[in-house]
Every structure is written in C-alpha cells, then in structure tokens.
Design a protein around this ligand. Structure first.
Ligand code: CMP
Length: 396
C-alpha cells in the first residue's frame, strides 16, 4: 500500500498565503487564482452595468442576479481566506493570530476587498436601492491588487501632493479673484445673475472649467475682457495638475513591470532578518523589472547605478576570467560597484526570463547607513565573491 504524504494545517496555511499574497513570482497556482479573480471582477462589473439597461434586465435579470451572487460568494471566500492566512504574513509575525488578522484587515487592499462586499449587505437591508450600481462598481477597485498601474496611482498622488496642493491653491485664488472682479465690473448691471460673490464664484468656476458661463453673458466691454482672461487662466490652471499627475504616473509605471509585494521582499534571504517596517520601506523603494532570456543586464566596466535581487529566474555572471557563475532566485548582484564605487566587475546576462527587484544606488547607500546588519551581511558576501575560487559564492 502506498503511503499518502501527510500535510499539516500550518503547511496548508503557509502555501495558501504564498498563493494568495504572491510570495513567489510566477507561482502557477497564484497566477491561475489571479486570472480567475480578475475575470470575475471584470465580468461582475460588466453585469452590473448591463443590469441597469431595462431591456437586458427584463430578459436576463434572474441570470445576472445569480451571477452577481456567485461573484459575491467567491469574493467573500477570498476575503475569508486572506484573513485566515494573515498570521503567515511576515509583517505581522510578532503579533498573535487574532491581532495579525485585525491588523491585516486594516491594510488598504483588504479595506477595498471589504467594501466590495458591502453592497451585498446593503441590498439585503435596502432592496431596490438606486445606489446599487454605485456601490457595486466599487468592486473594480479590487483590480488594484493585480495592476501595477492602478496600484501606483495612490503613490503618485501621495508623492506629488505638495505640487497638487499648490495648483489647488492657485485655482482657488484665481477663481476668487475672477469672482471679485466680475462682481465689481458687472454686479450692478446684472444683479440677478452676478449680484453677489456666490453668484460670481459659480460663474468664475464655470468659466475656469471651460463649460462656459451658461446664460450669463457679460454685457460690458470690461466684463467681456474679464471673462476672456478668466477662460485663459482656466486652461492654465487645469493643465497644471494634469501635467503633474501625468508625469508622476509615467515615472511610477516605468519603475514597475510587476507589483512588488511584502511577501516577495521578505523571501529574499538578505532581507529575511529585517524587521517589518524596514521590509515595508523596501516594498516602496524597490523597482520591479522583467528581462527576457539573453538580455545583458550589465557589462563589465560599466558604471554601477543599481543592484539587483532575483525574484525569479536565473542569471549568468561572467567575470571575464575563470568560469561563469549562475545566480538564481533569492541571490543578488551588482552590489560590488556600488560599494567600491568602481566599474562593474563582471557582465551579467539573463539565462531565462527573469524578474528582478532593483535597488537604486542612492537607496542602497541610504540602506547601508540605516541598517548595519544589512551592511555586514553584504560585505561578508562581497569578500567571499572577491576571494579566489569564489565560483561557489552565489548569495547568502
Ligand atoms: P558589480 O561589480 O557591481 O557588477 C557585476 C556583479 O557580478 C558584481 O557586482 C557581483 O554582484 C557579481 N559577481 C562578480 N563576481 C562574482 C562572483 N565571483 N560570484 C558571484 N557574483 C559575482
């Protein structure tokens, strides 16, 4: 009789965590689950939109409702599973299981997942509510978990908040000034439309947003000049935040080919001993880059501007003399040039399609200053790599 291998509950939970929270890049089970959830989210939102069309609702109302219920059941299961595996999360490993789960439930993506389930409860409490489509399409936000672009919009707004606040203040100032000038110029001519600041502020806001002043045409030459200047200032005021967000968004997206997760960073042996806040910091700092097989990632003699951690895949290090060295998942390279401030000591080529976590030189040096243990570990490995016969010194 063949013996069935026994799998313990903690092992199942650990594996479930890896699948749900993307501990490993390119984990097949993780990808299949992601694909199913993404398809369900998109189909669910499409169903919600379709349901608002009376003819579709009349013909397929029951089917659409059944599908919505199915989606809610899957999302609820997903939510429960994520809460169940939370104690495996390296960020909360020092907390007890209950505290870990509560803290995990408060993380932004879990709050979104929770909100995505609220419409169902609302519909049970208030059937036939006109709020239904509004509350259900919140589920689209669940996609943020799978899209580096969506996940970065919050980061863009946060990093550009000063510039955005400045444009908001400029916009407010321009609106108030235009309103006050118009009140002075035409307030007495058109008291019913421009007779007080609330009326002229509405007029100024409409002019600035280029939706026109509606019925309110200036009746004096001076009034028309004020209106023309207000429209032009509007173009300037609205172009500014669009440009700021656009540029920030572009730069953030260039930084990330895939979403860097906490679990992914915690799996890198060099980071394993760091505490949770340090790992959380790294999640924001590391760039994600995917390179196809055969790509030369760096050439011997180049100037060093970043170091790399292998999240999945393999690279070949060719120092020029002696045998080449293969580095794989969890290993890192490109640290020597940053430490010594000398040119790259080897050419590094991707052996297979490889996912890399990239740490820019400035961030690397800051990290060395802040985390002495990290510095000691790296220096020990560099010493091993530099010593003769170091072909056996891949990583940690
Ligand atoms: P750097 O010199 O910045 O760029 C090339 C990288 O190849 C180097 O950093 C190391 O990360 C890596 N490397 C060079 N020699 C070895 C070695 N003997 N073993 C492992 N990695 C190496």
């Amino acid at each position: 009789m063949t013996e069935v291998p026994r799998v313990s509950l903690p092992e199942i939970r650990q594996r479930a965590f890896e699948i749900l929270e993307h501990g490993r890049r390119r984990d097949v089970a993780s990808r299949i689950l992601d694909a199913i959830l993404v398809v369900l989210i998109v189909a669910n939102v499409a169903g919600v939109v379709a349901q608002t069309v009376p003819e579709v609702a009349a013909a397929y109302g029951a089917e659409l409702l059944a599908f919505d219920r199915l989606c809610v059941a899957v999302f609820a299961l997903e939510y429960a599973a994520r809460i169940w595996v939370a104690p495996e999360h390296p960020m909360f490993e020092r907390d007890g299981p209950l505290k870990a789960r509560l803290r995990f439930a408060g993380t932004p993506m879990m709050v979104i997942d929770g909100i995505a389930l609220v419409p169902f409860l609302l519909e049970v409490l208030f059937p036939a509510s006109t709020l239904m489509p509004l509350t259900r399409i919140v589920r689209l936000l669940k996609l943020a978990r799978y899209s580096p672009a969506l996940a970065t919009i919050g980061r863009v707004i946060a990093s550009e908040r000063r510039a955005l606040l400045a444009t908001l203040i400029i916009l407010g100032g321009v609106m108030l000034t235009a309103a006050a000038v118009m009140l002075a110029v035409e307030g007495h001519k058109q008291p019913e439309r421009l007779g007080d600041m609330t009326k002229t502020m509405w007029w100024a806001a409409a002019m600035l947003a280029k939706i026109g002043g509606g019925e309110t045409e200036p009746v004096t030459a001076l009034g028309r000049i004020v209106a023309a200047i207000t429209v032009m200032l509007g173009i300037f005021c609205f172009a500014l935040p669009v440009a700021i967000i656009g540029r920030g968004f572009y730069e953030e997206i260039r930084r990330r080919d895939f979403v860097v997760t906490f679990a992914m960073v915690a799996r890198v042996p060099l980071f394993a001993k760091l505490d949770a806040p340090a790992i959380a910091d790294l999640v924001g700092i590391l760039r994600a880059r995917t390179v196809p097989a055969g790509t030369i990632i760096m050439r011997k003699g180049d100037r060093g501007d970043a170091m790399y951690f292998i999240a999945s895949g393999k690279v070949e290090v060719a120092p020029g003399r002696g045998a080449t060295i293969t580095l794989a998942e969890g290993d890192f390279f490109g640290e020597m040039a940053l430490l010594s401030r000398e040119p790259r000591t080897a050419t590094v080529k991707a052996e297979s399609s490889t996912d890399l976590l990239v740490l820019d030189a400035d961030d690397f040096l800051r990290l060395l200053d802040r985390l002495p243990t990290f510095k000691d570990q790296i220096e020990a490995i560099v010493a091993a790599r530099r010593s003769p016969g170091s072909e056996t010194a891949p990583g940690v």
